[in-house]
Design a protein around this ligand. Structure first.
Ligand SMILES: [Fe+2]
Ligand SMILES: [Fe+2]
Length: 179
């Protein structure tokens, strides 16, 4: 469980990182984060970071781990891909009157894809190809996918940005999931 101060401080840090990218449309994304309860929602109903503020805490945690391995990569891409990789989860959890998140299933295949759709079609934010693949495939290791997507997944696996986000996502979930 996070204190209100910790939730506020994570929110401040995430907004300042996103603004530091100076990317066009980033304010739309920040507005969406507020609208979708991104900063206060749990990361999931019964998996890792399942407490208030858990989603933002996880996304910031993934960024901090990924950043350590990001030498030579464009830092705006590291911020965008790491902090926004699970953005679609915010809108998929709802608070019940008792303060616990609702029962909508959030850990289903394809949430990486939904996150990029949300950024591009709802927030009108332009992702680079590398960022799009890092977010889309952040859950996918070296196994096969449907034919139409295999090429894109292969390209993701050649990308350092994909690798650091994928690895950091696993690491952060494992550190906190055990608490
Ligand atoms: Fe995810
Ligand atoms: Fe994640």
């Amino acid at each position: 469980m996070l204190s209100n101060e910790q939730i506020k401080s994570n929110q401040k840090e995430i907004i300042s990182l996103l603004r530091s990218t100076q990317r066009e449309g980033i304010e739309n994304v920040i507005k969406y984060l507020f609208k979708s309860n991104f900063f206060i929602i749990d990361s999931s109903k019964d998996r890792h970071h399942n407490w208030h503020g858990g989603l933002a805490q996880h996304c910031l945690g993934v960024y901090k781990i990924a950043q350590k391995h990001s030498e030579g990569l464009p830092q705006d891409s590291v911020i965008i891909a790491a902090i926004l990789h699970d953005i679609c989860k915010a809108g998929m959890l709802v608070f019940n009157p008792n303060g616990k998140p609702g029962s909508r299933k959030v850990h289903i295949p394809g949430h990486g894809n939904r996150s990029i759709k949300l950024l591009e079609k709802v927030c009108h934010f332009k992702l680079t190809d590398d960022e799009r693949r890092a977010i889309r495939w952040h859950m996918r290791g070296m196994h096969h996918t449907s034919d139409y997507a295999q090429h894109d997944l292969d390209l993701a696996h050649q990308s350092r940005l994909w690798k650091i986000v994928h690895d950091a996502d696993h690491k952060d979930a494992a550190i906190w999931g055990k608490r």
